[in-house]
Design a protein around this ligand. Structure first.
Ligand SMILES: NC(=O)c1ccc[n+]([C@@H]2O[C@H](COP(=O)([O-])OP(=O)(O)OC[C@H]3O[C@@H](n4cnc5c(N)ncnc54)[C@H](OP(=O)(O)O)[C@@H]3O)[C@@H](O)[C@H]2O)c1
Length: 344
């Protein structure tokens, strides 16, 4: 079969770099166009030294350069705000798009404005965008031309939370979500609080009182389960390159039965693994893979701790984006993706 060329806008970022790696190993997609912003005009290998082969010699276009006619799908891995304009142009050119930014994740315009403190330039597109938490939105992803790829924190939170909300077993008035992320979660651009000396040998919380992703968790917990919640979400940065661990402190009825709910929900899923009861996941066991591992420990008659782990750049970004792209072309969703992690 001939491959379908795709474009990656924001190819020089951490998510964009992972997209290149995944697409290079994809059986039916190939790289047709790569664009950047401050690095436009350079050779890919000058900016991403890990990339080899034909892609390494490609010249990075500007993000507003015309897309080649044969490109059918575009991944936009750009900062929010900038992504919306590119997505509009891509759709006007009759191409499909998977947007990794937050620009199309919210149905409600006011929620987007509250979370991102900017006006949305194309609110009419929010209606048709499909929030691509693949395990819960396959049917819609396979029919749309615009996927809003979820954030990494919301992916690690919603995968275990939604089935328990749907089952109606949780106390919804107090859901505590405590997350830790490697520094790649904040992107590649220079920021003082991400300098080696600031991050190394330390850990800090940030984003309080309401981190942007808390809006996304609340909206899509309701979208997928019908239950209204307001999570208390605290993200932390850890001195590691990649990986995300999210701990949910939950209470409700009969937590002894919750493990079975998660097992039943994900029994046929390749990329969500429910660990045996009492076993807890680790970032080391998922990094490099498109997997989310989930463990659960009952801590009292009505309390339970659920821990989930994923690679923020793979299941939390580029991997889930490829999983969604496969569905948009009605292919097997695991194409080009590995459920096996790098080890050690
Ligand atoms: N990192 C993660 O774990 C993660 C997880 C889920 C979702 N996301 C989302 O994915 C998107 C990309 O994240 P990232 O971590 O890869 O960011 P990043 O490392 O900072 O990369 C940003 C990319 O966008 C380009 N860019 C920067 N400003 C631009 C502008 N004004 N117009 C057009 N292009 C611009 C950069 O080009 P130059 O390098 O040439 O300047 C670079 O290629 C973000 O929306 C982020 O929220 C990231």
């Amino acid at each position: 079969m001939m491959t379908i060329p795709v474009a990656i806008l924001g190819a020089t970022g951490y998510a964009g770099g992972e997209l290149i790696r995944l697409i290079e190993n994809h059986p039916y997609f190939s790289i047709g166009h790569l664009a950047a912003h401050s690095q436009a005009g350079k050779r890919v290998s000058d900016v991403l030294p890990g990339i080899s082969g034909l892609t390494a010699g490609m010249i990075l276009a500007t993000s507003d350069a015309p897309l080649p006619d044969d490109v059918q799908l575009v991944f936009t891995a750009l900062p929010h705000g900038a992504a919306a304009q590119s997505v509009k142009t891509v759709l006007d050119n009759d191409k499909k798009v998977v947007d990794l930014s937050a620009d199309f994740r919210h149905k409600n315009l006011e929620t987007y404005k509250s979370a991102y403190t900017i006006d949305h330039p194309y609110p009419e597109l929010l209606t048709e965008a499909v929030f691509g938490l693949t395990e819960f939105s396959r049917a819609d992803v396979s029919k749309t031309r615009l996927v809003a790829n979820p954030g990494c924190y919301p992916t690690s939170t919603l995968l275990p939370l939604v089935p328990l909300l749907k089952a109606g077993v949780l106390n919804t008035d107090r859901i505590i979500v405590d997350s830790k992320s490697g520094t790649s979660g904040a992107g590649r651009s220079a920021k003082t609080d991400l300098l080696y000396c600031e991050v190394n040998e330390g850990v800090h919380a940030y984003g309080l009182p309401k981190h942007r992703h808390a809006w996304e968790m609340d909206e899509w917990a309701k979208g997928f389960s019908g239950q209204e919640i307001s999570v208390q979400f605290v993200p932390h940065i850890l001195p590691m390159t990649r990986g995300m661990l999210t701990t949910l402190h939950l209470s409700g009825q009969n937590p002894e039965g919750w493990h079975a709910i998660l097992v039943e929900t994900f029994k046929d899923e390749l990329f969500v693994k429910i660990l045996p009861e009492g076993m807890l996941p680790s970032t080391k066991a998922v990094n490099g893979s498109n997997r989310c591992d989930i463990g659960l420990v009952v801590t009292g008659t009505d309390t339970c701790v659920v821990v989930s782990c994923l690679d923020n750049l793979i299941k939390g970004a580029a991997g889930q984006a490829v999983q969604n792209a496969n569905l948009m072309f009605r292919w097997e969703e695991s194409l080009g993706l590995s459920a096996t992690a790098l080890w050690p």
